[in-house]
Design a protein around this ligand. Structure first.
Ligand SMILES: Nc1nc2c(ncn2[C@@H]2O[C@H](COP(=O)(O)OP(=O)(O)OP(=O)(O)O)[C@@H](O)[C@H]2O)c(=O)[nH]1
Ligand SMILES: [Mg+2]
Length: 222
């Protein structure tokens, strides 16, 4: 049996297409932007970060699960997110922050100087490996491309933290292509034992939003 649970959300009439649910993640607000790790919050609250190639859809996914249009800035042009952007999730009853969603710059962005690339890699590596409050990593992979060498490098780097794989832009594939792509990607990921879920996602067609929100809520509350 696979070491993770694969949530099947490939049916065209999946519940995400017609159900809406109030999530604690809808109470998320911009908290801060940092270029370096030293200025990140020190309150010890749980964090979930969003990583993946530039332009894969990280900022868009954050906007979808928080039900906000422009909380995180997304763009057609790769390299939009250049800082570590923290968004705080607020528990309404207590009026206090219970955790953070973290939007990171994408890796593989071609238009950076070598020095910028090295600096970014250092910050990302240090953040995912040593940030104690990081309770989960959402790794986004373009469903059409599958796992790229950079995704593979990233997965080999973080073998201890729980990882949730989001297969983005599912709307760009036909139903049958989605089944094939998901199964190929799932097969390639079996060697990574810390992968908890593999979820198809489309911001455009609202696929997978509920599943991802539920998993993140649980990670924050655990
Ligand atoms: N069709 C489709 N387009 C999407 C989806 N998600 C994101 N996009 C588009 O992909 C482009 C990049 O989205 P972003 O959310 O800015 O990507 P990012 O990973 O944050 O990019 P960087 O900040 O550059 O690392 C935008 O034009 C989005 O509208 C999706 O599910 N379906
Ligand atoms: Mg972004």
């Amino acid at each position: 049996m696979a070491p993770y649970s694969i949530i099947s959300n490939i049916h065209p009439y999946h519940k995400d297409n017609y159900l809406t649910k109030v999530s604690i993640l809808h109470n998320t607000y911009f908290h801060s932007s940092s270029k370096i790790l030293d200025t990140l919050p020190r309150d010890g609250l749980p964090e979930i970060c969003f990583v993946g190639r530039s332009n894969v859809g990280k900022s868009t996914a954050i906007n979808k699960i928080t039900n906000r249009k422009k909380l995180a800035f997304s763009s057609k042009t790769p390299g939009r997110t250049r800082l570590i952007n923290m968004f705080n999730v607020i528990e309404q009853k207590k009026h206090s922050t219970i955790g953070y969603l973290v939007d990171l710059p994408g890796y593989g962005y071609a238009n950076l100087s070598n020095q910028e690339k090295i600096n970014f890699e250092k910050v990302l590596t240090k953040y995912v490996q040593y940030r104690k409050t990081l309770v989960g990593i959402v790794l986004l992979i373009d469903m059409r491309r599958g796992i790229t060498p950079l995704d593979d490098d990233f997965l080999n780097l973080v073998t201890l933290k729980p990882i949730i794989i989001i297969l983005t832009k599912a709307d760009k594939l036909s139903y049958s292509e989605r089944i094939i792509r998901k199964s190929i990607t799932t097969e390639k990921l079996t060697k990574f034992k810390n992968i908890r879920n593999i979820i198809e996602f489309s911001a455009a067609k609202k696929i997978g939003i509920l599943e991802v929100s539920d998993i993140i809520e649980k990670l924050i509350k655990q």
